[in-house]
Every structure is written in C-alpha cells, then in structure tokens.
Design a protein around this ligand. Structure first.
Ligand code: ZN
Length: 153
C-alpha cells in the first residue's frame, strides 16, 4: 500500500486517543508505527510463529467464547468470556475494514493469567502485525501470547 503524505497523517491520527479508541493504540510508545511492527515481527521470527497463527488462535477463543452468550465458558485450558457492544470499529490502518465490537477475557487455568483482547486486536495482529504500542491498554506482548496460547515450538 503506497500512501500519500496526507494519507499517512490521517492514518497516524487514527491511532491517537479519542479517534477510534478512547485510549488510543500507541500508549507511551514513541517509535514510529512501522518500527513497532518490525520489532514485533523480529520477535515472531525468532519464535518461529506467524502473526496469522496467533490471530487464528485468538479468533478461535472468541468463536468458542461466543457460545457462552456473554457468560464464562470452559474451553480446554481456558475460561473465556465474550462481551458484545453495539456497532463496529474501523481499522485504524484505513483499509476500510469494520469489525464488530467484541471483547474477550480469557483466563488460562494452569498459568493463572488472564488476557483481554478485542475483535479489532485479532484483525490488527493477523492483517497488520500490530500488537499495540508499549504502555497501551491494547498491547499484547507476542512472547507472552505465544506462551499463553501454547504455541511454543
Ligand atoms: Zn486493517
């Protein structure tokens, strides 16, 4: 995707607080978006895991969690709770994709840790390799996700 300077500015604004997400997507991260993505991609390469594989697993958790109709559901190693809000969110990368407002809270029974992610996060990871800026509420550390999802090689 080749962007004009105006388009670049527009896309950057989408990641700031208050535009699509109340808290924004970048947190306290001062790196440029492509650098954030490139660094996480390096981590994934070193772990030999693709972003698509992570996204597929997160999507599976949402799909299973939906069966609980907003009540917690027991699924293998996980307890999943999914919440819906009305409407849809646009992807901040400006690809004209809208995703439903779905939020998943997933607890890993053995690890006793919990992650929270949205349907938008799944799109951002799978399509764009974007895991959130450091210090943002959205940030999912690739290395932690790989452990949480039991994807370690
Ligand atoms: Zn997108």
């Amino acid at each position: 995707m080749i962007e004009t300077p105006d388009e670049k500015k527009l896309i950057k604004a989408n990641f700031a607080p208050g535009k699509i997400s109340k808290d924004g997507f970048l947190g306290s991260d001062e790196r440029h978006l492509p650098d954030i993505i490139a660094q996480d991609n390096q981590t994934l390469l070193s772990l030999d895991i693709s972003r698509e594989e992570i996204a597929k697993n997160l999507q599976m958790l949402i799909d299973e969690g939906k069966k609980g109709l907003e009540s917690p559901i027991d699924y293998g190693n996980f307890i999943i709770q999914v919440q819906w809000s009305r409407g849809a969110l646009p992807c901040p990368f400006g690809d004209k994709i809208f995703v439903p407002k779905i939020m998943a809270t997933v607890r890993h029974k053995q690890l006793k840790s919990t992650i929270e992610f949205s349907q938008l996060s799944v799109h951002l990871i799978g399509k764009h390799g974007f895991f959130g800026g450091k210090g943002s509420h959205f940030r999912l550390e690739p290395v932690d996700l790989v452990g949480f999802l039991n994807l370690k090689r």
